[in-house]
Design a protein around this ligand. Structure first.
Ligand SMILES: [Ca+2]
Length: 468
């Protein structure tokens, strides 16, 4: 009912805007009234959303390439359910993560900050965890007028000590593993388990699950249970952070998923596709459970990969971009990225502006009526997303990996890495970063380089190792 009221109130204000425009004749008056009406509309919408905020589900996949989804143009990977998120929402062709490896990318997403600015440069640092004085999204959502129930399912990789486990860091429930990778049949007798599977504080063993249990399916089972259990928890708003470790190595899938991908000749690629079939089935089951629980309309689903694809390791494809996981080229940091929230966002849109993973936290804070702390680097994109702010505010996008770094300002990009040294590109004109066609304007080049140096000068000492 509240959702309906919100939609009606949005429609009412749209109507008021149109009426205001109709009554004006002169150009100036028309412009003035347009601005007034837009501001009025924005205030109305954000106030009504904050009073009836959506549930939030972030689905993060691991090491998926830019071109490995049907909606991203894949020719061989079939992902109808993930594609349906794009069809029911907004797909961003320039979705970015600020670093191209797992741990720091997750630390940046979950805090809304460049993690290197609080000492987390590489994966080595992320085993230490996000410093306790840097709040994460679950901790933000726990506070405020309408506290959320938060669950983390899947790969954590944000600290393994007691004080850094998800249940010590704002989450009411955790099911998954604390490290950076896991076998996909963790309860098999001969499994070389890299990380134990745990439920809150309890370590699970082969006595708890059959040997053939496939980890991606198990994570989906857990996510569905959390969704269907909402009413029993007193109907609190839900924040579900579902971090599938697929399609990160090792390449392992159930026979049934491999069978559904027999159109792919290459054995390695077929296993990778099978792992994505499991994720896609999982997304389908999550969407179905939201519908069954009358939650779909007012649930914001964010889907993204934590970094670009490591092609040599898992056959992922970053077409049309140069580079891979671990790089500062587009193939490392530009990822599949989409939002779906049927009650509020438009359906089937594609946007080409930069959308950063660090924008997720401030956007969610704003739409749940919470303040955005000054330390947050991302920006609230709600006014732009819901259609009354035509352009995104201008901002620079910084990225790094170990001793490599770079900045994108508008379409201009600077990158410095150990393979190619310093390079400058116009990403709009040269999205594949062909080194033969670099930016030649000396002024632009020096501005970019200065910005990157200035940013780096603000970094504190790194926790742990840089390059892992
Ligand atoms: Ca990853």
């Amino acid at each position: 009912m509240q959702t309906l009221q919100r939609v009606l109130s949005s429609r009412r204000s749209e109507k008021l805007t149109r009426n205001a425009l109709r009554k004006t004749n002169s150009g100036f008056e028309r412009m003035y009234r347009t601005i007034l009406a837009a501001v009025f509309f924005a205030c109305l919408v954000s106030r009504s959303i904050a009073s009836d905020p959506p549930n939030v589900i972030v689905i993060m996949v691991d090491d998926l390439g830019y071109a490995d989804l049907g909606c991203q143009g894949s020719k061989d990977i079939r992902t109808p359910h993930i594609d349906s998120l794009a069809a029911s929402g907004i797909r961003f062709t320039a979705g970015y993560v600020p670093t191209s490896v797992c741990g720091p990318s997750r630390a940046s997403f979950i805090t809304g900050q460049y993690s290197v600015e609080f000492g987390i440069n590489g994966n080595g640092a992320s085993t230490h965890g996000v410093p306790l004085d840097q709040p994460n999204l679950a901790e933000y959502l726990k506070n405020g007028d309408q506290p959320f129930y938060s669950a983390a399912i899947g790969k954590w990789h944000l600290g393994e000590s007691q004080e850094q486990r998800p249940t010590s860091r704002g989450f009411d429930y955790f099911f998954g593993f604390l490290g950076g990778a896991s076998e996909y049949f963790p309860f098999k007798a001969n499994s070389r388990t890299r990380s134990e599977i745990v439920r809150n504080e309890q370590t699970l063993t082969s006595a708890d699950y059959p040997a053939e249990t496939y980890l991606t399916d198990l994570f989906t089972d857990e996510a569905v249970a959390v969704i269907l259990d909402k009413k029993r928890r007193g109907d609190k708003r839900l924040f579900l952070y579902l971090a599938y470790n697929a399609p990160h190595g090792p390449l392992q899938a159930s026979e049934a998923y491999i069978e559904r991908n027999k159109h792919i000749q290459d054995k390695k690629r077929r296993s990778f596709a099978a792992m994505m079939t499991a994720v896609d089935d999982g997304v389908g089951r999550i969407l179905k459970s939201l519908e069954e629980n009358a939650m779909r309309d007012n649930t914001l689903i964010v889907f993204l990969s934590d970094n670009g694809g490591p092609t040599r390791v898992n056959t992922s494809l970053n077409t049309p971009f140069r580079g891979f996981k671990g790089d500062t080229w587009e193939g490392g940091v530009r990822v599949p990225f989409m939002l779906s929230w049927p009650a509020t966002l438009p359906a089937g849109e594609t946007r080409n502006e930069m959308f950063l993973s660090i924008d997720i936290v401030p956007t969610i804070l704003k739409l749940t009526g919470r303040k955005i702390p000054p330390a947050i680097d991302g920006i609230d994109l709600l006014p732009w997303l819901i259609g009354n702010q035509a352009e995104l505010p201008k901002r620079d996008f910084y990225f790094w990996r170990g001793s490599s770094r770079g900045v994108r300002i508008g379409d201009h990009k600077y990158t410095k890495n150990r393979v190619a040294g310093v390079e400058f590109f116009d990403i709009a004109a040269n999205p594949g970063e062909d080194p033969r066609h670099q930016l030649s304007d000396a002024k632009v080049r020096s501005l970019l380089e200065e910005k990157a140096k200035e940013w780096e000068s603000t970094w504190p000492p790194t926790i742990g190792s840089d390059e892992e």
